[in-house]
Design a protein around this ligand. Structure first.
Ligand SMILES: [Fe+2]
Length: 489
């Protein structure tokens, strides 16, 4: 079956592992807090077979794996399995890679024409008792939350029309409704976007389609109490380029960004578009909310160019990360004053993987957490993930003017995206769970799940739970409390 290339996509932390395994009782250093009862689900790409085409998007194309740390009564277990996507099964049957470049089916082997290409490797989403593995280029796959077995593609009981579903949904903390969208909803390089709502029971109650200003990578979006917000950044696709075997994404520095704002329960004809700066890029938003003056604030991990090296290369751009202009930026719009552009304000440092308490989704909020790079770091960052460098500083940012808190890691360590676990005591900020990777040799790593007091980062972890096996970098995760797992359907 050949060998994996020796590029950054496949070496060090990104070395393919390809094992399904589980450990019943993991070693725990410290004590798991009583509040932490449930499962931390994680999505991890891990290619089974070496690619047959050179492809810069390889890190994003790895077969999706679903894993779960199960934390109950002070004990921890871990299990990881592949998501049995159509693509995974087709390649397993052939014993080799059959799919070509990232999100370009014109580069696939002819025998897989029409086979679902998604690898379901981005976010485990929990809603209405269902666990869904998502990736924005296709529909989700439902996974059994206990066995991690794949049940099949999920289309909301046959109701969903969109061919795609985002990996970044938003759950309203009061109504329990699931808000989501799918871009390229009717095919490659399309401007069609499906905006969808499922009620708290998981029934799809609304699907409306609208046209984006251009076909853009729409990775994330936000809600507020009364609105849905759709950001458009100029990482764009083109049908002719795809047909010619080219890259799915090119970043266009001279193109405007946009923020579309729609009443949550309104008609898509009510969408209003507000212009943002040219050339900017963002993968994840921290939150959005309305204030007492009727303005809408939208907080995002923005950069001045798309941060992924393979997209920069495809675009004729090649900026080192320290020149990417990263910052947490707040865009504000006033729906009443007739303005047609956003007002921008920098409210935090460069970084990504923003996290907030689930009960603050779409509501005014005081603080959030995110990952960044320690400016006083000794030694190079750990190489890994799609950008090629992993974060090594966890921040608690306070939007009320209090100083930030930080937890830095020693050299050769890095963080994966944390999840937040609420505390039973409302005066306590809860807990952050994050996998920390430690490089101990050119090809050797130690991996542990750290549990951190979310309101006291400087105190360091209250528990470290070791996984005695290699782990590949996680994309996103989702915390499901034991009480919610009991309602699995
Ligand atoms: Fe993401």
């Amino acid at each position: 079956m050949g060998h994996f290339p020796t590029t950054l996509d496949y070496i060090g932390l990104n070395t393919p592992i390809g094992d399904e395994y589980e450990f019943q009782e993991l070693a725990v250093e410290g004590a798991i807090p009583d509040d932490v009862q449930g499962s931390f689900f994680r999505a991890t790409p891990d290619p089974v077979y070496p690619p047959y085409l050179e492809d810069g998007g390889a890190v994003l194309s790895g077969d999706g794996m679903i894993s779960a740390f199960r934390l109950n009564d002070g004990k921890a277990s871990f299990a990881i399995r592949y998501v049995a996507t159509e693509r995974h099964l087709a390649e397993a049957a052939a014993g080799r890679a059959l799919f070509g470049k990232y999100r370009n089916p014109y580069t696939d082997r002819p025998e897989v024409a029409g086979v679902d290409r998604t690898v379901a490797n981005t976010t485990p989403v929990w809603h209405a008792g269902r666990l869904l593995m998502t990736k924005e280029d296709g529909r989700p796959y439902q996974v059994d939350p206990t066995t991690l077995e794949t049940r099949g593609r999920y289309d909301f009981g046959g109701k969903l029309k969109s061919q795609t579903v985002t990996a970044h949904v938003r759950v309203d903390p009061v109504s329990g409704e699931l808000f989501f969208f799918g871009y390229e909803a009717d095919g490659l390089a399309s401007t069609k976007v499906a905006y969808c709502i499922a009620n708290k029971d998981g029934d799809l109650i609304s699907e409306q389609w609208f046209d984006a200003p251009y076909c853009a990578m729409m990775h994330d979006f936000t809600i507020t109490e009364h609105y849905a917000l759709f950001p458009i950044y100029p990482t764009t696709s083109d049908a002719d380029r795809l047909r010619a075997g080219g890259d799915h994404w090119v970043h266009e520095m001279e193109r405007d960004s946009w923020l579309g704002i729609l009443p949550r329960y309104g008609d898509v004809s009510e969408m209003r578009w507000f212009k943002g700066p040219k050339g900017v890029s963002c993968y994840h938003m921290m939150n959005a909310f309305e204030d007492n003056e009727g303005r809408i604030h939208f907080d995002q991990c923005l950069s001045s160019v798309n941060a992924f090296p393979f997209i920069q290369r495809a675009s004729g751009l090649n900026l080192p990360p320290d020149q990417a202009g990263g910052r947490l930026e707040r865009w504000t719009v006033d729906l009443k004053d007739g303005s047609t552009a956003v007002t921008a304000q920098v409210i935090g440092p460069p970084g990504d993987f923003p996290v907030i308490p689930a009960n603050k989704q779409g509501r005014p909020y005081d603080h959030g957490w995110m990952l960044t790079m320690n400016p006083q770091m000794k030694g190079p960052p750990v190489a890994g993930g799609p950008v090629g460098a992993m974060f090594n500083l966890l921040l608690r940012l306070d939007h009320t003017g209090k100083p930030p808190q930080a937890l830095g890691l020693p050299p050769a360590h890095c963080f994966n995206e944390p999840v937040h676990v609420p505390a039973s005591d409302p005066s306590h900020e809860g807990w952050l769970l994050t996998v920390v990777d430690h490089q101990i040799g050119p090809h050797d790593f130690h991996h542990a799940l750290w549990i951190i007091d979310a309101g006291n980062l400087g105190a360091g972890p209250v528990a470290k739970i070791t996984v005695p096996h290699r782990l590949r970098p996680q994309v996103h995760g989702w915390w499901v409390a034991a009480t919610d797992l009991a309602g699995a359907v």
